[in-house]
Design a protein around this ligand. Structure first.
Ligand SMILES: [Zn+2]
Length: 288
């Protein structure tokens, strides 16, 4: 079994926090359940991660990820409770999080997403994505007996239909792909809006009502420094790329030479930095 250590926040400077000690052990390959608060669990491995919420009369699950992942998550839920999955809430529209929900549909779960996701599902149909039964705008709650999940919407950021979730009474936010804790994540996609993404993270950082966050990939949870790290990276990246563009450099030149020393030890930096810089180049050149 592979184990990796990640850092808790000993100082507030994000890149430094990453380099300090205290490990959050996790399993790289096997999907495991981690209880974060009474009735609140995260399930997954480094590749994909969801949360589920267990109440007295049923369960709220989130992203099913894939048929195989959903089958494993259903088995993991059964180890905790014999109650049915009543709701499945999609964090956002990307298929690497929301494929495979049929096992929950078959047991009668109601599927929920932000209303802006629907056009993505109808424009590019995918038979493995169960269509939501119900949509929300943000600000609503989903409840099972004894547990209420807040659904929050921060506007455009990572696509345009991301729901951030928090079980009432816990200090844990589920932010999915907005932050992969202590990592630069798995890609830099065209529908990311970097400016609105950084704005969203600033708004999340300004909320005093959380201490831990769960992402859609990576370690089971991060602390507040994980959100600051990602936001700081986005802002420094945007500033650096714009400065190079102002000197007349091309997208290829910038992608090949970009250097953000604060983040060079963050997981994924070497693999992602060139593509990330290219995405920012197009943001400033094309206006999106
Ligand atoms: Zn995504």
């Amino acid at each position: 079994m592979l184990r990796f250590g990640f850092m808790a926040a000993l100082v507030l400077t994000p890149a430094l926090a990453f380099a300090q000690a205290a490990t959050i052990p996790f399993d790289m390959r096997n999907r495991v359940t981690t209880e974060l608060a009474p009735g609140l669990y995260t399930f997954g491995n480094f590749s994909a991660r969801s949360i589920f919420v267990v109440g007295d009369d049923g369960v709220i699950a989130t992203d099913p990820v894939s048929t195989d992942f959903a089958k494993d998550m259903r088995a993991a839920i059964s180890k905790v409770t014999d109650k049915p999955v009543k709701y499945v809430v999609y964090s956002h529209q990307h298929w690497d999080h929301i494929n495979g929900g049929k096992i929950f549909k078959d047991e009668g779960a109601t599927f929920i997403s932000h209303e802006n996701c629907i056009k993505h599902f109808t424009n590019t149909p995918n038979p493995n994505v169960i269509m939501p039964d119900k949509t929300v705008k943000g600000g609503e709650t989903v409840a099972v007996k004894g547990k209420t999940l807040n659904l929050m919407y921060f506007g455009r950021n990572h696509g345009d239909c991301m729901l951030v979730m928090q079980v009432q009474g816990t200090d844990v936010l589920y932010v999915n792909d907005l932050v992969t804790p202590y990592s630069l994540g798995l890609g830099f996609m065209p529908d990311y809006d970097p400016k609105e993404w950084a704005r969203t993270l600033r708004e999340i950082e300004a909320r005093p009502d959380w201490q831990r966050m769960v992402g859609g990939h990576g370690v089971p949870f991060g602390k507040r420094d994980a959100v600051a790290l990602r936001r700081d990276f986005l802002e420094q990246l945007m500033t650096a790329v714009k400065a190079e563009m102002d000197k007349g450099r091309s997208a290829d030149e910038i992608a090949a030479t970009i250097n953000l020393p604060d983040f060079k030890d963050v997981r994924g930096y070497k693999e992602q930095i060139g593509r990330a810089a290219e995405r920012i180049y197009h943001y400033y050149e094309m206006g999106w």
